[in-house]
Design a protein around this ligand. Sequence first.
Ligand code: HEM
Length: 410
Amino acid sequence: MPDLEPQRSEGRVALVDLTGAEDMTAALRKLQDQWGPVAPVDLEPGVPGWLVLGHAEVMEVMRTESVFARNPRHWREQLPPQSTLHAILSPTGRRNLYFSDGAEHRRLRLPVDEAFADMDEVRTAALVRVVCGRLIDSFAAKGSADLMGEYAAAVSFLAVSGMFGFDEQQGIDLLRCASEIFGHGGDPVSALVRMDQIVLDHVIATRAKPGPNLTTSFIEHPNFEDDTEIVHSMVIAICAANEMLVTWIATTLRRMLTDPRYTGRVTGVRRGLDDAMDETLWSEPPVANLPARYAVTDCTLGTAQIRAGDAIVMGVAAANNDPRVRTSDDLFEAGNRSHLSFGVGPHACPAKRPGRLVVKIAVESLMERLDLRLTDPVVKWAPSPWSRYPSTLPVTFTPERQAARTPARV
Ligand code: HEM
């Protein structure tokens, strides 16, 4: 377990040491014992911010945009050029819902809400099944696979890019760009330029030939002022979805493969799966530390004195574990939906239904087809300040004899 003491700078623990701790709940509790519901942390070593740990305080931040804004122009910090946080915390000139507040946010949010509301769920489910089936085809004969590298990451990206009408090759190109943007090697700045271009080309092609997809809904919406807003909104939706879906798929799979309460193939899978997915949302939320809001004015949050320009990260994992909203009594907790894994307030996730659909089909497709066994129960966490997911998920299974059989299209 990374040692929380000595801490990185001026007594602040770095977020990546919390998400990478062997027992993250204990690490968060220790922080809460030391600081109360709001703790000073390093977003990355040397970049200070606050981590909000209490459920009520996280809700307050999410719901009070007049004080805790999303637009990074309110942030005091200048990130060093080599920082991997640029894309997520302070990208320049992005015009989309994610980085805006108030009336501007509502204008840019409406097309996204309406596009998801109009989306054909039956068609989307069929698309996701094809994506999953083709990926499973690619390793089913081997008898072993790494479900992170060969499945979870690709399902998430191909499913969401498919909802926007991209073909498989475009989806793979977008995935490569996103991986660089999120700091996994390469050059994040040029990757973002490449991603914008792929998306812009697709917007132009879709305008000439509309189809039943989210890109067409975006193009037809009167709220977007120009193609830049459409492109920036598509890029953020594709990227926002990705990390969340990968983490939710991976943690649910791990739970299904390691916890006897959820195991059972084919007949038992649906009930066990719903429970495992919900438990994951509570105890291993896809985003453990949600970036970020910026204080517009000096204020008090919990017992912390926040200064205008400070960055505030919402500790979803800590808040979900707050004993004020969740007990350890399973019966008492039946129906409790107060976890914050999808956010609340104006920026709450607009894609809860499609997100759940992708994760459910991804896990179901695997469990129904292969008799998976985890080969190494010891988890190594991928380094991320925001999410906690295994870097690999190695499994073995009885190899399939038939050749690939999933058709390429819906
Ligand atoms: C199809 C998959 C998904 C898509 C396209 C998607 C898209 C988005 C978008 C566009 C936003 C920004 C909303 C805004 O700023 O107004 C967002 C926010 C968010 N999403 Fe999703 N999402 C997906 C899946 C998920 C999943 C699976 C989770 C976790 C269970 C999740 C959790 C969140 C959270 C926590 C926020 C931020 C809330 C905040 O900042 O207060 N999303 N999502």
